[in-house]
Design a protein around this ligand. Structure first.
Ligand SMILES: Cc1ncc(COP(=O)(O)O)c(C=O)c1O
Length: 380
């Protein structure tokens, strides 16, 4: 993707909306403007049908059953819903929540906030330098006092892909619930909530070429019946999330996942080739760099690169307006905070401060990469 003179290499912060998604959203805005909850008239019914078709498509995409997917405003809300509702609803004596050390801030902050308010304890599961969960440490933290485990499928900074089916199984062995933040997963993994064995899973449309402002949470039917909503009101979405759902956003979200279902495998192959091309170009340019995290278990478009001896924030500043990328994670890139993810994989502050996340996507190509590498070389 090239926007004017800027090469866009920040797909993990957000993806551009696929033109096919934009088109169907524009049509839906015009044709299904009625409130999808006003089912007493035909226009409301038609809008409701579009919303429920979108829900069914997303359920199909992740292997869920009917009414197991609830639309939210994004993965931040989904993650808050997962943690708050489980902690509020708990009637067992369990008092611990386990989260991985490299969870997104919205899991970390929600877990610590609700745990403090509701008298629970949060413990963090360490990771190896690869970013993969330290399974021995995880086993030691698991006990019959653990109520909930939250581990993300794909990390947003270093792209590490976890073995969710195994990790969920271990949590279930001690009777804990398992939540997975899968916001970064659709581009790189086939999600199957039943095979993965997760009780709850969060999604975000704008990481998968859909619109911003919408996401979803999967909660399996049996668990859903025991949980309170996070947002109270008119009782929409089977009482699990009140508020008028945005029909065009729901339809656009579903379309973005339908496209991935059709074209995902081919896109993944192309991205793997492009990522190697980027590494080769960097090597050939003579720039000194090192990749952070595992190369094997990694998001197909992600590279998190240490430019040895370079201040990444200054580098990104010097790269303007030619390259869009990220230091740390996008959500805190306007503050000079050392990334907790890079610290968790053992980087020193200096190494973390010299690291840049470059994320490729569907609209990246070799020409853009050549241009970006030339700009990086010049900026360094
Ligand atoms: C792994 C992960 N979880 C959650 C979020 C938050 O998603 P949203 O922007 O939909 O609230 C992000 C976005 O950066 C993310 O990468």
């Amino acid at each position: 993707m090239q926007a004017g003179q800027t090469v866009y290499l920040d797909y993990q912060a957000t993806t551009p909306v696929d033109p096919r998604v934009a088109k169907i959203m524009a049509i839906t805005s015009e044709t299904h403007f009625a409130n999808p909850h006003s089912v007493a008239h035909v226009l409301g019914q038609a809008a409701e049908k579009a919303v429920e078709k979108a829900r069914a498509d997303i359920e199909d995409f992740i292997g869920a059953q009917t009414e197991e997917v609830i639309f939210t405003s994004g993965a931040t809300e989904s993650n808050n819903q997962a943690i708050a509702s489980v902690l509020f609803a708990n009637t067992r004596s369990r008092r611990k929540v386990l989260i991985s050390e490299i969870e997104h801030k919205c899991i970390k902050n929600a877990a610590y906030f609700y745990a403090a308010k509701l008298n629970y304890q949060v413990e963090e599961i360490p990771v190896h330098t690869s970013g993969l969960i330290d399974v021995d440490a995880y086993q030691q933290l698991l006990s019959d006092d653990v109520l909930l485990v939250c581990i993300m499928a794909v990390n947003n900074e270093i792209g590490t892909v976890q073995d969710i089916p195994y990790l969920a199984e271990q949590a279930h062995k001690v009777g804990a619930l398992f939540h997975c933040d899968a916001a970064q997963a659709p581009e790189t993994l086939d999600i199957d909530v039943k095979y993965w064995g997760v009780d709850m899973l969060s999604l975000s449309a704008h990481k998968s070429y859909g619109p911003k402002g919408i996401g979803a949470i999967y909660i399996n039917n049996a668990l859903q019946a025991t949980l309170p909503p996070l947002i109270h009101g008119g009782g929409q979405q089977f009482g699990m999330r009140s508020g008028t759902v945005a029909t065009p956003l729901c339809v656009g979200f579903a379309e973005s996942l339908n496209i991935i279902k059709q074209e995902g495998q081919q896109n993944r192959q192309q991205l793997a080739v492009l990522k190697q091309f980027l590494l080769d170009q960097l090597t050939q340019s003579g720039i000194e760099f090192q990749v952070n995290g595992s190369m094997e278990n990694r998001h197909v478009g992600n590279l998190n690169i240490q430019f040895i001896g370079v201040d990444a924030n200054k580098l990104l500043g010097n790269l303007q307006p030619y390259v869009a990328a990220s230091t740390g994670s996008a959500c805190n890139s306007d503050m000079v905070l050392i990334s907790h993810v890079l610290k968790a994989i053992g980087l020193t502050d200096d190494q973390a401060a010299s690291s840049l996340r470059i994320s490729l996507g569907r609209f990246s190509d070799e020409q853009q990469i050549k241009q970006a590498v030339a700009s990086i070389k010049l900026a360094i």
